[in-house]
Design a protein around this ligand. Structure first.
Ligand code: SAH
Length: 499
């Protein structure tokens, strides 16, 4: 049976401007075809099971020609796939969405369109420019600076000027000079406010507000690059009063967050709420060990133990799944005291109705071992954790003379999605920080990025152990005061304030 093609508007860059419908469909896609304007945050939502086809660049850095893109969409749909065609902004506004549908219609392929938040409206909004305002203008015109037939569009400037509305030019950076000259020759007053807005809605958005007469000169001085839009009209002057995006507590900051995929991204959400652009790098995946006979035998002999310890939220989750598989419930833990390495792990236990008896003062394996060693004298400890766990926990118990069984629950796998983009941004100095919530996320990040001079990386670390892992790779580190997500966020806000 034939598949289906869905043209999805990805919005202008900020992932939170992707529509709910677009996100839901993206997460069901078998194949995702995207080009270069699609934001990194949106690309990070592509499920790992979906095949990605980047038509924004080929090996020689030229985009795939349109007729080939049309053919890819057709072929993938004929092969029975649910194909999501992701396009920057809105798919029909200078997005060639119409051209892509023609071949599909000819072959009877079904399709849907999910409109997107267009850059023409959202980029001015993020720059504090209302595209209409009753005191200044009552119409808005969106114009391309580039057409299929001519590299510079043939625009009827005198008519445009007469409309007396706000003019938004897309794809106009290289034609900026001819646009401004055309408007002036068409009768526009030279001091008419005009702006060029680069990479709008991203952390590194820039706004150059000038006049029609001086825009080219000012844009050149600022070295403006695509993507950028040009806005002409009196509303541009309002930006000085209405700018807001970069004024948020974490506005202008781009951060990588490395997290296990399964965990909800509390950190990401908080950072985005405060205005930063977050790129998630799910560099660690955990996989429960199958047919875990060591664990099963420990679970059958729980009465041997006085304490049980957990060293990660994933570990808690997998432990209770295994318990359930064995048709045991939490009553079988009734005689045990419970230790957790930190507050996130303790929360995971509380969610299952268990309050922990011990959390170390400093959230790391060495302190957990030492504090446990002091209270577990004469008892046996059941350690449940990753197959490759920190040696410091067992060393501290050995030193205290407390016997234990070290039972592996899961393997830690490294995956690398989105890493090429992150690496390029780090090379270009466009990644402000990388946030690490554990030593293993540092290892996962380093493993995913590969050979790289990590001394350029500004690492925001949840605690000492994480920071010492980051230091091993010569990163510049800053460590949260308390080992919590909130404290990491506070640290970032303070660093941003000092900038
Ligand atoms: N369909 C898209 C526009 C595609 S044409 C939309 O609705 O937004 C490509 C042009 O869009 C670029 O040349 C640039 O002028 C503009 N553009 C897209 N994203 C932008 C962004 N984040 N910041 C500034 N301009 C952007």
């Amino acid at each position: 049976m034939n598949g289906k093609v869905i043209l999805v508007g990805a919005g202008p860059g900020d992932v939170e401007l992707l529509t709910l419908k677009g996100k839901a469909l993206l997460q069901q896609a078998d194949v995702v075809v995207y080009d270069k304007l699609v934001g990194q945050g949106v690309l990070a939502l592509i499920p790992p099971t979906a095949r990605r086809i980047n038509v924004g660049k080929r090996a020689n850095n030229h985009p795939v020609p349109q007729h080939q893109i049309n053919q890819i969409l057709l072929d993938e749909a004929l092969a029975g796939n649910l194909v999501v065609r992701l396009k920057g902004g809105d798919p029909f506004l200078f997005g060639r969405g119409g051209e892509e549908l023609e071949l599909l219609v000819k072959h009877g392929i079904s399709f849907e369109i999910v409109p997107g938040v267009t850059s023409a409206l959202s980029v001015p909004a993020y720059a504090g420019i209302p595209v209409t305002h009753r005191d200044f203008t009552s119409s808005l015109h969106i114009i391309t600076g580039h057409t299929k037939s001519a590299p510079e569009a043939e625009i009827d400037y005198p008519s445009l000027v007469k409309l007396n509305g706000t003019l938004v030019f897309l794809m106009g950076v290289s034609a900026m000079e001819s646009i401004c000259n055309g408007l002036l020759a068409g009768g526009m007053p030279p001091d008419m406010p005009a702006a060029v807005l680069e990479r709008g809605t991203t952390a590194h958005q820039r706004r150059i507000v000038s006049t029609v007469q001086n825009l080219v000169c000012d844009a050149q001085a600022a070295n403006v690059q695509t993507p950028a839009i040009i806005v002409v009209g009196r509303v541009c002057a309002l930006a000085e009063q209405f700018h807001w995006a970069e004024d948020r507590p974490l506005g202008g900051v781009r951060i990588v967050v490395t997290r296990p995929r399964e965990l909800s991204s509390k950190l990401t959400q908080k950072l985005r709420t405060l205005g930063s652009e977050v790129v998630e790098l799910p560099s660690i995946q955990t996989a429960a060990i199958e047919n875990n006979t060591v664990l099963h035998s420990a679970l059958n002999n729980l009465s041997r133990y006085g304490w049980i310890t957990f060293t990660s939220p994933s570990g808690v989750r997998i432990f209770f799944e295994e318990l359930r598989k064995m048709r045991q419930d939490i009553r079988s833990l009734a005689g045990l005291k419970i230790a957790a390495i930190g507050s996130a792990t303790a929360h995971e236990l509380e969610a299952r109705g268990l309050f922990v008896d011990l959390i170390p003062n400093t959230y790391n394996a060495g302190h957990l071992g030492a504090e446990l060693g002091a209270v577990a004298k004469g008892m046996r400890v059941l350690i449940t954790r990753a197959r490759v766990g920190s040696h410091e926990l067992t060393a501290a118990l050995d030193a205290a003379g407390v016997p234990y069984d070290d039972v592996p629950l899961y393997e830690t796998l490294y995956t690398c999605e989105n890493t090429d983009m992150v690496r390029t941004q780090m090379e270009n100095g466009e990644m402000d920080y990388v946030a690490f919530t554990s030593a293993s996320t540092v290892r996962g990040f380093v493993g995913a990025i590969g050979d790289f001079d990590f001394s350029q990386v500004n690492a925001i670390c949840i605690g000492e152990q994480t920071a010492s892992e980051a230091l091993k790779h010569h990163m510049k580190t800053a460590t949260a005061q308390a080992a919590t997500i909130d404290s990491m966020v506070d640290l970032l806000v303070n660093l941003r304030r000092q900038k």
